[in-house]
Design a protein around this ligand. Structure first.
Ligand code: ZN
Length: 82
């Protein structure tokens, strides 16, 4: 869940983890710790056609979620574009 400042600015003020309710501070539009942002627009073939779901998870909740996977997430090293 993301909370934004007043309508005029639309600046991201803080992020609240949907998993545990932890508040993640934001400075200059950047989260001050790791956060997973999910936005899913469900398509026609799903049972949720036309529905858009979004949530944020802190790193601890992300780890807890992925530990339940049968197959762990694929991990690669990010390549910085200069
Ligand atoms: Zn959390």
């Amino acid at each position: 869940m993301r909370e934004y400042k007043k309508e005029e600015t639309k600046a991201l003020e803080r992020i609240i983890c949907n998993g545990c309710g932890k508040v993640i501070a934001v400075k200059h539009g950047m989260p001050m710790e790791g956060v997973l942002q999910v936005r899913k627009a469900w398509e026609y073939m799903s049972g949720k056609d036309g529905q858009v779901d979004s949530f944020d998870l802190c790193e601890e909740c992300y780890d807890r979620m992925t530990e339940q996977f049968c197959i762990p997430p694929t991990t690669t090293e990010a390549v910085e574009l200069v």
